[in-house]
Every structure is written in C-alpha cells, then in structure tokens.
Design a protein around this ligand. Structure first.
Ligand SMILES: C[S@@+](CC[C@H](N)C(=O)[O-])C[C@H]1O[C@@H](n2cnc3c(N)ncnc32)[C@H](O)[C@@H]1O
Length: 205
C-alpha cells in the first residue's frame, strides 16, 4: 500500500466518509464550485457512496445515484441498482423526474469505472465507453446551463473525446485531484453551461 493511499484512506475513515474518493469531489468542488445548494444531481457509479454523501451535503437536495453494485442506503438518496448501459435506465430516470416534479437534472456526475485491469489501453477503452454513455445521458437529461463531471482513464482517445463534448458547454476543463492514486491515469473532465439545443455529430466533427 503506498503512503498516499494510506493517508487518504485513514482521513476518509476519520471523517466518516464511505470512501477515499470523497476527497476527489471535495477538491473538485473547492476548485470549480460547480455544485450549488438546491441542485438536483444524477450520479453514475456511486457505490459505496463517498461522493453521494458530499453531494447531498452540498446540495441539500435529493440525489439520484446509479451503480451496478449495491449501495447501503443514505437518507435523501434515490438509489437505482443498474448497469448504466441498461436501456431501461432512461425510463426509470423519467419516472423519478416526474415524481420529483422536474424535467431535467442540474448536474450529472460520474466516477464510474470497472475494476482496472492494469493494462492502460483496456482500462482506457472501458472508461471511454462509460464516459460516452454518461455524456449521452447528459445530452438527454441535463438542464440547459447544466454541468457534468466525468472521470476518464486517459488514453489515445481522451483529447478527441474532450474536444468533441466540450463544444456543447461554455466552460470545460480537465483536472486531476491530489487524492487520485499516484501513477493512476485518471482525470476528471468538467463541463458547465450546457448550450441550448442538440449539437449533431457532424457539427461536432
Ligand atoms: C471508483 S467507484 C466509485 C466510488 C464512489 N464515487 C464513491 O465515492 O464511493 C466506481 C463505481 O463504478 C461502478 N460501475 C462500473 N461500471 C458501471 C456500470 N456499467 N454501470 C454502473 N456502475 C458502474 C462500480 O460498480 C463502482 O462502484
């Protein structure tokens, strides 16, 4: 175990956070102040719930969290146990929005990742596909002016991915929090100020 992992792990435990990943969202929030009180957030890849705890604390609102693995309940959280690629997810999200009396989410956050294989190309490909799916959900479910944070394990398609989706948002940035494990290729893409209307693939090229 490296020393950095050790210190963040113990810090998270002492602070009552469910995971060391909590420090990443705290750092991103401190830097970009993306989330606001009252924001309705859709979170992808939420388990065990470290980010969820922080999001709920900042927004004070319902958080809709999705993970293929189970997650212990957190008050104020609607948890959907589902693979993000499951096409039934869209219907479920529409139902929840209707119950909440809303049309869209204010923010979509994704820390989703499969267990890393150690092979950077394989990890990049899995991560790329997850990110693309999350950004497609953002296209459909995010409010105009909405914001998104997506984690990607870097590789040869990262720059193109970033450029392509950045066109739909007025603010775009990449960041790597200190709490990321040393040697990890992960980065977080921050998008805010979603532009009005759909930008088609040909417009993006
Ligand atoms: C790094 S963990 C998230 C940690 C979380 N942000 C926290 O603070 O506790 C990544 C999560 O992504 C989930 N995940 C991976 N692939 C997924 C998929 N296709 N659909 C939904 N969740 C997925 C994993 O089950 C795992 O719980």
């Amino acid at each position: 175990m490296n020393r950095r992992k050790d210190s963040f792990y113990h810090k998270a435990k002492n602070a009552g956070f469910r995971s060391r990943a909590s420090f990443k969202i705290l750092e991103i929030q401190e830097k970009f102040e993306l989330l606001q009180e009252g924001d309705l957030v859709l979170e992808i890849g939420s388990s065990p719930g470290g980010w969820t705890q922080i999001i709920r604390e900042i927004t004070g609102e319902t958080v809709v969290s999705v993970d293929v693995e189970k997650m212990e309940p957190i008050p104020g959280i609607i948890f959907i146990k589902s693979n993000v690629f499951n096409r039934e997810l869209e219907g479920k999200l529409k139902e929840i929005l209707a119950e909440l009396g809303r049309d869209h989410f204010d923010a979509i956050l994704s820390d989703a990742m499969v267990k890393t294989s150690g092979d950077r190309n394989i990890d990049h490909s899995s991560s790329y596909l997850l990110c693309r799916r999350v950004m497609e959900l953002a296209d459909e479910f995010l409010e105009q002016d909405g914001k998104a944070i997506v984690k990607q394990f870097q590789g040869d398609m990262t720059e193109e991915f970033f450029r392509e989706w950045a066109r739909k948002y007025r603010f775009k940035k990449k960041t790597t929090p200190k709490a990321s494990r040393s040697g990890s290729s992960e980065l977080y893409m921050i998008f805010a100020g979603k532009r009005k209307g759909r930008i088609t693939h040909s417009q993006k090229a």
